[in-house]
Design a protein around this ligand. Structure first.
Ligand code: PEP
Ligand code: MG
Length: 888
């Protein structure tokens, strides 16, 4: 590295860096250089590269030649600024700031006013004719240097400051006079000596090297490490360091400092937006001690500076072609830009800005699409907690279904329905939900469960309904007898208000203010653009005509999964379903099924109608039958109640029989047991009824002139022979119905691939299946051997310890489950070249999983209605990324 360049100067008339050098100079350094190149006034300075940081952290030593380059840069800085670093009649003070490749706001350290010492403070006091300003700057510097560079607790300096104010009977820092500040400076130096065993370093060059080291080291402080983890920032990037001449916003009424955005970061509207303070330093704006003024009023306060600022922000936005977040300081009427970067923005603003910039000709549609994070779209479709509200979560669970909700606590589904009927807003709080709770879930504003993961019943159903859900909130303890629950130290009674945020997993006691984002015309526009570039189809998981309609409005191109079991839970159906399950003989089972037939047919008619012209994949019954029965404890309670009131023997016997059946069907892990096509193999009459209902519905609509495209899907197949057996039944029933009705329906038979054995033998299975749909919920559970309902007990620890990066039930595990998917696709298409393949697990609406689906050659993804727009955007990103790759 001996001849390498480690230091890049900016400002004056020779700037060495530029915007494209972010990897080396960090975002801040590269943009400072770019501004200098554009002729925008920035305080001069230099950037030490992130490469040096990496080497320094590794070897605890600098590369050869670095010190020489720093000395040369200081000399040039002295030349450009006309000031001298160290003791002089015109001393140069500098700031030393971190600046990584991507912005990590507030995560690393900064030192301001470096170069101050016992001599320069006197000179500054004299030159500015403002001793108070000089000593105030000195005491601020000692605090920052002590804290950041020497590692002394900030509290120690704060304590001395408070004591000083107390002894003088003043409350604000600004009320301290110069003598008090001088005393504080002496006290602070003593604190430093006491804590470090050494005197405060008076030499400016020594201060500088110590500060540079400290900023490099702050790359590895806990805050920064956590932030990197959360934002997937590699640890080996390191941070650059920017050393820059200080400018002062606190030099009187013609000085000031502020932050601003070139467009409104909340709404995206094209207006200069921001705030400033007169006679203040940057940290005063951030600290919130004084209330900043809106930027528009700067026009009256300092008109010349404001005019220049307006010109600069327009220039910056045009140059970077994106909304900028800028920081500026005005020193005695002269404007300096301290920073510019692409501004963070809300989801609504991101979309508006992208569309507006295309219209203004600043960017093209593809750039606009890539600027919109698909995850952000989800936020636009659900109510959310007003970001202005400052709230504390009483407990945190899994963010299972996005959006926020407020309502009164209810503990049972029936109660939820009753309360909702009388106009109350409720949150259903359950240990876990079962299909029986569907009515209550529908009536509730949101759902909170103590147990269950991202693919638990509550999560899947809530997402389907577009309702907020916090699942697996293990810190909540329900005491159902006393109708209360506990969350930490809080006790919450039934009927009390709570709020949940299904986007963060937070439970908040009480009512929080919600805001409902408007679905704007701009959103429709960007989704249309997404459709123009994507090649991956997007379908929906929907079980009711209403869900199907919502999904169509969101742009779904068919149904990828209709879970027929959800149709079994209607109020008038559950008794018939139970009758079917309780039946001892095939004949009595068929009798119950005959009652279900017209109901199912009606459902399919509704769904086909809503999806006219698009494919509808209907999965035959999948869950284990005991899910349709009351649970054992409930049946037991009922039995005891009947016995207590001396009910007639036949009534008691009925309940006893239910209990026997429950006992018989009970399984240790029902997700692996007697379900899926195993039901079809053992009780063929159930699937027969369903196929009859599907084909009859299709015939009915076909007679009305509609184009119906049913795809009958067999769940949980592990062996091709299972599929062969069930397929035979399906074909027979379908042919019989079509013959009877005299109608020909073009239907398909396919299967879900949701067990490893199915993926491994996909070539054989594809000979029988006309389509595949990867059920990645079950495939994840069976590949990992994690139960999808109780993995929540240990998954947080797995993520905490970095065994897994994400919950694999939410974000597809590409290196494990993904490999099985690739294998399944390759093998499947090896025996059926045109095999249509989709995915319908919860991952079908998760952006990174959608992008994976595109890469491995899926034809479509299928997800809950509210995630359809997210999937459309993610699919567009996938296509654009591929286009970029092909260019390289
Ligand atoms: C799956 O397993 O991924 C799937 C879609 O089916 P279900 O969630 O209904 O088991
Ligand atoms: Mg499944």
């Amino acid at each position: 590295m001996a001849d390498n360049k480690f230091v890049y100067f900016f400002g004056g008339n020779k700037t060495e860096g530029k915007n494209s050098m972010k990897d080396l100079l960090g975002g801040k350094g590269a943009n400072l250089a770019e501004m200098a190149n554009l002729g925008i006034p920035v305080p001069p300075g230099f950037t030490i590269t992130a490469e040096v940081c990496v080497q320094y952290l590794k070897d605890k030593a600098y590369p050869a030649g670095l010190l020489k380059q720093i000395d040369a840069a200081i000399a040039r800085l002295e030349e450009v600024s006309g000031k001298i670093f160290g003791n002089d009649g015109n001393p140069l003070l500098v700031s030393v700031r971190s600046g990584a490749r991507v912005s990590m706001p507030g995560m690393m350290d900064t030192v301001l006013n470096l170069g101050m010492n016992d001599i320069t403070v006197l000179v500054i006091a004299k030159n500015t004719d403002n001793p108070r300003f000089a000593y105030d700057s000195y005491r601020r510097f000692l605090t920052m240097f002590g804290d950041v560079v020497l590692g002394i607790e900030h509290e120690k300096f704060e304590h001395a400051l408070s004591e000083k104010k107390r002894s003088l009977g003043v409350r604000q820092d600004t009320e301290l006079d110069v003598n008090a500040l001088k005393e504080l400076v002496e006290e602070f130096k003593l604190i430093i000596e006491k804590e470090t065993g050494e005197k405060f370093p008076q030499d400016a060059h020594k201060q500088l090297m110590m500060a540079i080291n400290a900023v490099f080291e702050s790359w590895n402080n806990q805050r920064a490490i956590t932030y990197r983890k959360l934002n997937n920032i590699p640890a080996d990037w390191g941070t650059a360091v920017n050393v820059q001449a200080m400018v002062y916003g606190n030099m009187g009424e013609t000085s000031g400092t502020g932050v601003a955005f070139t467009r409104d970061p909340a709404t995206g509207h094209k207006r200069f937006y921001g705030e400033y303070l007169i006679n203040a330093q940057g940290e005063d704006v951030v600290a919130g001690i004084r209330t900043p003024r809106p930027i528009s009023t700067l026009k009256e306060a300092l008109p010349a500076a404001f005019k220049q600022l307006e010109e600069i922000y327009a220039k910056l936005e045009n140059h970077f072609r994106d909304m900028q977040d800028i920081e500026f300081t005005i020193e005695q009427g002269k404007l300096y830009m301290l920073q510019t970067r692409n501004g963070k923005r809300t989801a609504a603003a991101a979309i508006k800005i992208a569309v507006d910039m295309v219209e203004e000709g600043l960017i093209d549609k593809k750039t606009a699409l890539l600027r919109i994070d698909p995850n952000q779209i989800d936020k636009l479709l659900h109510p959310m907690i007003d970001p202005k509200a400052n709230l504390k979560a009483a407990a945190t669970g899994l963010p299972a279904s996005p959006g926020a909700a407020v309502g009164k606590v209810v503990f049972t589904a029936e109660h939820a329905e009753e309360m909702a009927e009388s106009g109350e807003k409720v949150i259903l709080v359950r240990a876990e939900t079962s299909p029986e709770d569907i009515g209550g879930m529908n009536a509730a504003e949101g759902i909170l469960t103590v147990r269950g993961g991202m693919t638990s019943h509550a999560a899947v159903v809530a997402r389907g309904m577009g309702k907020p859900c916090v699942a697996g909130c293990g810190d909540v303890v329900i005491d159902i007898k006393n109708r209360v629950f506990y969350a930490g130290y809080c006790m919450v009674n039934e009927g009390d208000y709570i709020s949940i945020d299904g986007s963060t997993g937070h439970l908040i006691i009480g009512q929080v203010p919600l805001i409902t984002p408007e679905v704007s015309g701009e959103l429709k526009t960007v989704l249309q653009w997404a459709d123009e570039v994507r090649t991956l189809g997007v379908r929906t998981n929907a079980d009711t005509p209403n869900d199907a309609k919502v999904a169509r409005d969101f742009g779904a191109e068919g149904i990828g999964l209709c879970r027929t079991e959800h149709m079994f839970f209607g109020e008038n159906r559950i008794p018939v379903v139970r009758e079917m399950i309780m039946a001892d003989t095939e004949a009595s089972r068929r009798c119950a099924l005959a009652k279900l037939l017209p109901m199912q047919r009606e459902d399919f008619v509704g769904i086909f109608r809503a999806m006219e012209g698009y494919p509808v994949t209907i999965r035959l019954l999948d869950p284990p039958l005991h899910e349709f029965l009351p649970n054992h404890e409930e049946a037991m309670e009922k039995l005891m109640e009947l016995q207590k009131k001396g009910a007639p023997a036949d009534e008691i016997n009925k309940v006893k029989k239910v209990m026997e059946r429950v006992e018989f069907l009970k399984e240790i892990n029902p997700m692996l047991g007697f379900r899926g096509c195993r039901l079809g193999v053992v009780y063929p009459e159930i699937y027969e009824m369903q196929v009859q209902a599907i084909i009859e519905a299709a015939c009915e609509l076909s007679n009305d002139g509609m184009s119906i495209v049913p795809e009958i899907m067999i769940p949980l197949v592990s062996h091709v022979k299972e599929l062969q057996i069930v397929k035979k039944q399906v074909i027979k029933i379908a042919s019989d119905v079509m013959a009877e009705k005299g109608v020909k329906i073009d239907y398909k038979i396919g299967t879900m691939i949701e067990l490893p054995r199915a993926a491994l033998t996909a070539d054989k299975i594809a000979r029988e299946a006309e389509f595949f749909s990867f059920g990645t919920n079950d495939l994840t559970q069976t590949t990992f051997g994690f139960s999808r309902d109780d993995a929540g007990k240990f998954l947080p620890a797995y993520i905490e310890q970095s065994i897994l990066e994400h919950d694999p039930f939410a974000v597809l595990d590409q290196s494990g489950v993904g490999e099985l998917i690739k294998l399944g696709i390759d093998k499947g298409r090896s025996t059926r070249r045109d095999l249509k393949i989709g995915i319908c697990g919860e991952h079908g609406g998760e952006p990174s999983s959608v992008i994976f689906g595109h890469k491995v050659g899926l034809n479509y993804v299928s997800c809950s209605p509210f995630r359809v727009p997210v999937a459309r955007m993610a699919a567009a990103h996938a296509a654009l990324q591929e286009e970029e790759m092909n260019k390289k």
